[in-house]
Design a protein around this ligand. Sequence first.
Ligand SMILES: Cc1ncc(COP(=O)(O)O)c(C=O)c1O
Length: 370
Amino acid sequence: MSVLSSLALPHVAKLHAYTPGLQPTEPGWVKLNTNECPYGPSPRVAEALRRETGEDGASLRLYPNPKSSPLRAAIAQHHGHGLSAENVIVGNGSDDILNLLVRAFCTREAAAGFTFPSYSLYPVLVEIQDGQSQVIEFDRAMKLPLDRIAESKARAFFLTSPNAPTGVSFTNDELERVLASFPGLLVVDEAYAPFARENAISLLAAHPRLVVVRTLSKAYALAGIRVGYALAHPEIIDLLDRVRDSYNVNRLSQAAALAALGDTDYYTTVTARIKATRDRAIAEFKQRRGWFTYDSSANFIFTEPKNATGESGPAVSKAAYDFLCAHKILVRHFPSHALTASFLRISVGTDDEMLVLADTLDTWLKTQNA
Ligand SMILES: Cc1ncc(COP(=O)(O)O)c(C=O)c1O
């Protein structure tokens, strides 16, 4: 270990940082690897950004609203269900919110629980705090292991619904069963809930130990603006506010998010389009190709490629990944675990992008026959 690393806290010196999906800088890629929205945000967003900066950017001299107060009120109103600004905290992306939750509730003695597979940032956030993780593995059916969550000694359990990278969602009935049997904080990471049939927001009023986390990065086409939020009991929001950076959401992001939330019609149309493309693509993977594919409630698809001779497995999915990559189509491959290694996670793009994907996969299969 170098002298500089040996000066760092031991858990930091051995920390493995989160690996984000590739963000190529050169043009020409079909980018289906980080679940961004294939369509732009509401036109009201660009207008709001222009208004916020003005001609000369003078407003940028000033710090933003420290609590993102107007945005908290707008989020509460947007969701209804009797929520008010006291039930909302806004973050620099939902990653910021997840970090605050780990910082406030989890340590070595108070484990953070989560499933595998799920969002791979959770264990990294726990390591940053030198905390303890309790991991509950799914089996291939990806059904919620209710008993094992109930028995876990976690202080806070992070459940992704719809789950990543499978797209499988959990019902409110299942979440209520978790809340009835697990005594800690239940954090439901709903990054992809706008693409699902059901969400947990209606459960908040009756369940003070429930936290729902949302993002504007996916359904709102604002990954670049970094806004996410949590909905929870005011006491939990107050605890999170104590460990938050004082100006954690910048002025432009607050303005952009407010504008986006005000354009429900635009986003209803975009979400419906993405869901229709997703459902067509799932049908194609299952029926035309005969590939095992989870029923996704998200804006991505987890599918197990078969090669020309009908075999699947980690080598086959890696070959498909490499072929797509060589043809400038980026998807995601998670080779490090048996539950994920034989699959590809494919973000839902535009219809045209999905056609390019389908044609390229056909070429991959033909190349093997040649
Ligand atoms: C399950 C899940 N939660 C949270 C996030 C982070 O979103 P944000 O861009 O709001 O930080 C992601 C991003 O991929 C995700 O997949």
